[in-house]
Ligand binder design. Structure first.
Ligand SMILES: [Zn+2]
Length: 390
């Protein structure tokens, strides 16, 4: 996006139809006619016309965002309709882009929809995204999430992030000026076998509805310059408890994308997320410890090394007394410095990531490694119900 020209200003003038259509926006002093014109000029790239992309696209089009780029290569499937509200039963079998374009045109014929019938990749992402003011990430897999993050950082445009799983969702704004990026929070992807997708794990249909709507809200705030965005914050929603928590997240000066800037071009993200960085898990050599047993051993004053392998934001929500934080991705570097004769207890949220770390330690020769059964969630249930669940 270059500087605004006279021609831009002229073309963003609102017609009488638009003044009526957007009157509830224009009545808001924070938006007014100027804000509505900014929306009309705006260019938003939405990656994914699925669960998150559906409410985002509908609200962005209804709000009068003038140019919406849509990237998707999929066709509408019956199992999509429980949450992907852009698409209806009549569209089953047709392309999501065609279905989305028809629906969005009906919502607001003033909006220009630019379809990209392709999978976003390291080869095409910079070319597609460079003409846009911001990216809304409506994807559901780690390779594309890192690809979008790095594209956003390299181009210097914000990336409105959303993710959902079962009854939970998260949203943030990454890559905004001064704010952290996705890699500041998650340096490396989790091992692929520890990542269940919504297809495997399920998702309550309204949860992507909530998160996608929040993404559209953030996009509109960024475009119109109103309010305070989720840059530097991670919103965590639990639909079962109906709790909304905001966790402060910080820029990591060592972040290879936005900190040291050692990532100068896009990489192979499939490879990055499936890479053989960690030894394959071997079965059977790691013993578990029950939360109540661990609590007894801590109370007894046993010499224990308790390692929390979660991410820093999870540690901030709460952790076991006496533990120290070593996120899973940093376990390989940590191994050399560990006293392998000590009893080492590992834990994470529910026990899967820590089992992976425990096997790495066992493979490296640690003699007494225990995985905390059920992770901190069972610790909360069995030992310390006062701690915050998430
Ligand atoms: Zn970063």
């Amino acid at each position: 996006m270059g500087a605004e020209t006279e021609a831009d200003r002229r073309t963003s003038e609102l017609s009488r139809e638009e003044l009526v259509r957007y009157s509830r926006h224009i009545l808001l002093p924070q938006i007014g006619e100027g804000g509505q014109q900014a929306l009309k000029r705006a260019r938003v790239l939405l990656v994914g016309a699925g669960g998150l992309g559906s409410p985002s696209a509908l609200y962005l089009a209804a709000a009068g965002v003038g140019n919406i780029g849509l990237v998707d290569f999929d066709t509408v499937d019956l199992s999509n309709l429980q949450r992907q509200i852009l698409h209806g039963s009549a569209a089953i079998g047709s392309s999501k882009l065609d279905s989305a374009r028809d629906r969005l045109r009906d919502v607001n014929p003033n909006v220009h929809i630019e379809p990209y019938p392709t999978r976003l990749s390291a080869e095409n992402a910079l070319d597609i995204a460079r003409d846009y003011d911001l990216i809304v990430d409506g994807t559901d897999n780690f390779p594309t999430r890192y690809l979008i993050n790095d594209t956003s950082v390299l181009l210097g445009i914000p990336n409105v992030h959303g993710s959902v799983y079962r009854f939970e969702g998260q949203a943030s704004v990454f890559g905004a000026a001064g704010g952290p990026c996705y890699r500041c929070l998650f340096r490396e992807p989790p091992p692929p076998h520890l990542v269940p997708s919504c297809a495997e794990g399920g998702v309550l249909g309204v949860v992507p509805g909530l998160i996608g709507t929040i993404q559209a809200t953030e996009a509109i705030k960024i475009i119109t310059g109103i309010g305070e965005t989720l840059a530097g914050k991670l919103l965590v929603i639990d639909a079962l408890a109906m709790s909304f928590r905001t966790i402060v997240i910080r820029r990591d000066p060592e972040c290879p994308a936005c900190g040291t800037r050692e990532i100068r071009e896009l990489i192979d993200y499939e490879d990055f997320c499936n890479g053989g960085r960690v030894p394959p898990p071997a079965a059977g050599e790691v013993r578990e410890i029950e939360p109540s047993q661990l609590a007894e051993r801590i109370a007894r004053g046993d010499e224990l090394e308790i390692i929390d392998v979660r991410e820093p934001y999870e540690w901030q929500i709460g952790h076991i007394p006496g533990a120290r934080l070593v996120p899973l991705a940093r376990i390989p570097q940590e191994i050399q410095g560990l006293d392998k004769k000590r009893t080492i207890i590992l834990y994470c949220k529910v026990g899967a990531r820590s089992m992976h770390a425990a096997r790495q330690l066992a493979n490296a020769g640690a003699s007494d490694v225990r995985n905390l059964s059920g992770g901190i969630i069972r610790w909360i249930d069995d030992v310390d119900p006062g701690m915050t669940r998430y």
